[in-house]
Design a protein around this ligand. Structure first.
Ligand SMILES: NC(=O)c1ccc[n+]([C@@H]2O[C@H](COP(=O)([O-])OP(=O)(O)OC[C@H]3O[C@@H](n4cnc5c(N)ncnc54)[C@H](O)[C@@H]3O)[C@@H](O)[C@H]2O)c1
Length: 356
């Protein structure tokens, strides 16, 4: 099966490509390359060939011979959506729907979409875990686009085009294309570089977490499943026991990074606190189980930081924090007002901070 993997140069994509290749898929990557200046470590895995293109520019012929699309390429978190709502809608909603329309027209059979548990919004303050039938309540442009895209893509699903929505919990874990703007990775970076996690809030909100490799597994099992098991299905991706309070995540990280001081502040203003039910994915996708706990992720990150000697400069580098990276590309004029690269032939000028 030949797969077009969008966002293959992102945090999840940099692990998804090798994962799908080693599962026996023929993988082609496409990525605009917004974060290509940041490469935290080298791993020896085989990587798919990736073309530098904006998904908004893809044409019918780019889908020739493709059997399935794994769609990750978006402006992918709440702060980015808040920074630029217009481009978030243009890429994440319009770009996604156009991509799926082209894929369908070209005869692609499957489309697996990286949605997010952020569609549940404010959640229920940690009450009963929310399953896939819970009403959506998007609070940000990023989450609104996920909801709008899910609805539009569902309209395209038919017997020739199988569409599946994977609502991922917040990811954690090592990736060469590292992100320090997600909770566990951020806390681990603080613990390593400062030996201190000083939380301004009491860390009481709930957050479901999932390791990046368990996300890869969910996509691979979706691609492998019989079409009628996954057609039009929404799956929360994570595990019931991986609903954590933020303070539990901080405790897990501090325990792994010995000598790390941990302190908490007053109850915070964070209005997002939610627990999510992850039963459906286990019932529908044979073999789905999360294999990697938060403890595993903290230990994995410590091993990577030790191996490369992560510095404070690397931890704070724009290339590993999406909002800072995009702001730098805008301020330096490398991308235009619609987030298109002005000259993709020119090497990126983001200050290179990679260890490798
Ligand atoms: N990381 C998480 O915690 C998480 C949680 C839930 C859902 N998701 C979803 O999973 C997907 C991947 O997330 P990630 O963490 O790897 O994000 P990321 O930002 O690290 O990677 C996204 C990649 O897409 C590329 N991209 C963005 N816009 C593009 C465009 N117009 N054309 C071509 N390429 C473009 C970027 O260059 C980047 O390499 C996203 O759709 C995200 O919303 C992520």
């Amino acid at each position: 099966m030949r797969i077009l993997l969008t966002g293959s140069d992102g945090y999840i994509g940099a692990r998804m490509g090798p994962y799908l290749l080693s599962a026996g898929y023929d993988v082609r990557g496409v990525d605009a390359g917004y974060y290509r200046a940041g490469w935290l470590y080298n791993d020896a895995e085989r990587r798919p060939e990736t073309v530098t293109r904006d998904i908004r520019d893809l044409q019918l012929e780019d889908f020739q011979g493709i059997d399935a699309v794994v769609h990750l390429a978006e402006l992918s978190n709440d702060p980015l959506g808040a920074h630029d709502r217009e481009n978030t809608y243009d890429i994440n909603f319009k770009g996604t729907v156009r991509l799926a329309l082209l894929a369908k027209k070209a005869g692609v059979k499957r489309f697996v979409y990286a949605s997010s548990c952020s569609v549940y919004g404010r959640g229920n303050g940690g009450g009963a875990p929310l399953d896939e039938t819970a009403p959506v309540d998007p609070l940000t442009a990023y989450a609104e686009c996920k909801v709008l895209s899910e609805r539009s893509l569902l309209d395209l699903a038919d017997s020739d085009f199988t569409v599946t929505f994977l609502r991922n919990a917040t990811a954690f874990g090592a990736s060469p294309r590292m992100r320090f703007d997600i909770v566990l990775n951020n806390l681990a970076g603080l613990a390593w570089t400062r030996r201190e996690i000083a939380m301004t809030s009491d860390g009481s909100p709930w957050r479901p977490l999932v390791h990046v490799l368990d996300i890869c597994k969910a996509f691979a099992l979706t691609l492998k499943a019989d079409a009628d098991r996954v057609q039009g299905q929404v799956f929360n991706v994570g595990a019931n026991h991986q609903n954590y309070r933020v303070r539990d995540i901080a405790n897990i990280v501090a325990a792994e990074f010995r000598g790390c001081a941990l302190s908490f502040g007053e109850p915070g203003q964070d209005n997002r606190s939610y627990r999510v039910a992850f039963d459906r994915i286990r019932q529908h996708l044979d073999g789905f189980e999360c294999d990697h706990s938060a403890e595993y992720g903290a230990a994995e990150l410590r091993a990577v930081f030790e191996h490369i000697g992560l510095t404070g400069e690397q931890f704070n580098a724009a290339a590993f924090t999406r909002l800072s990276a995009l702001k730098q590309l805008q301020q330096s004029g490398q991308i235009d007002e619609r987030f298109y690269f002005r000259d993709i032939a020119r090497p990126l000028q983001l200050r290179r901070t990679a260890a490798a």
